[in-house]
Design a protein around this ligand. Sequence first.
Ligand code: ZN
Ligand code: ZN
Length: 243
Amino acid sequence: MTADMGLGRKLELFLLDLLYPNACPCCGKSLPWQAYLCETCQTELLAYPADAFCSQCGKPVHDCICGEGLAYDRAVALTVYEGAARKGVLSMKSAVSLQFGRFCGAELGKRILADDALSGYDMVAPVPMSRRKQLTRCCNPAAVLAKEVAAITRIPYRKDLLRDNGTGQQQHTLSAAQRRENTGQFSAGTVSLKGCRILLCDDVLTTGSTMNRCAALLKARGAAEVAAVAATTTQLKKTEPDD
Ligand SMILES: [Zn+2]
Ligand SMILES: [Zn+2]
C-alpha cells in the first residue's frame, strides 16, 4: 500500500493520525497511520475478480445492461455496493474519510494498467457533484477516486470536462425511465475533445444513466471513447445506493 503513495501523502497521513487516530472507514477498527483500510475490509473489497463485472456496462455479469444502449464504450468496476464497500461509500459522502476512495482509486488504477483494452487513454475525469451536494459535502467522492486513478496510471486528471448545472433531481427518487430522461443536469466544458479517450470515474454505478449522460456529452465534444470507472456497482435486484 505505502509503495503507491508519494511522500506528500505519507506526511499528510502521518500528521492527520496525530490529530485523529487513523481508523478503517468501512468498519471503524483502529489502523496504523499509513493504512487506508483494515486487512479484513481490503480482502472483502478485492474479493471480486475483474471478470465478475461486464467489461462493457460494468454491472455484475448477471445484471448486464448492455442491451439498453449505452453511451460509454467499456467499463471497469472494483466491487459490489454492499457490506464494507457500501460503508466506505457512505464514509466519503459524510466526509468521515477519503481513504475508501483512495484505496479503490489505487486498485482500479492497477486494474486499468493490467488491461490492454484500457490502455492508451488520454484523460481521467470525475462525474461532477451536484451543486446542492457541493454545499454540504467537503469533497466529490468521484474526484477523490479519479485523482487516485490518475496518479497510479499517470494519465492527466481533468476536472474541467463536465459540470453540474444544478438542475438535477435526486437520482434515487426517480424511476429508471425517469433517470434516463433527467437530461440537462450536466453540461460539457468548451474544450474540444476530438479523438480523446476518457476514463470517467464515479463512486457508485447504479443504472448507468449518470455515466451515459456524461459520456454522451463528452462524445458530443468529440471524445472518441469513454470508459466508465466505478469503485462499486449495485446488484440491480438488490440494494439501491443511499444518497
Ligand atoms: Zn475495516
Ligand atoms: Zn454488460
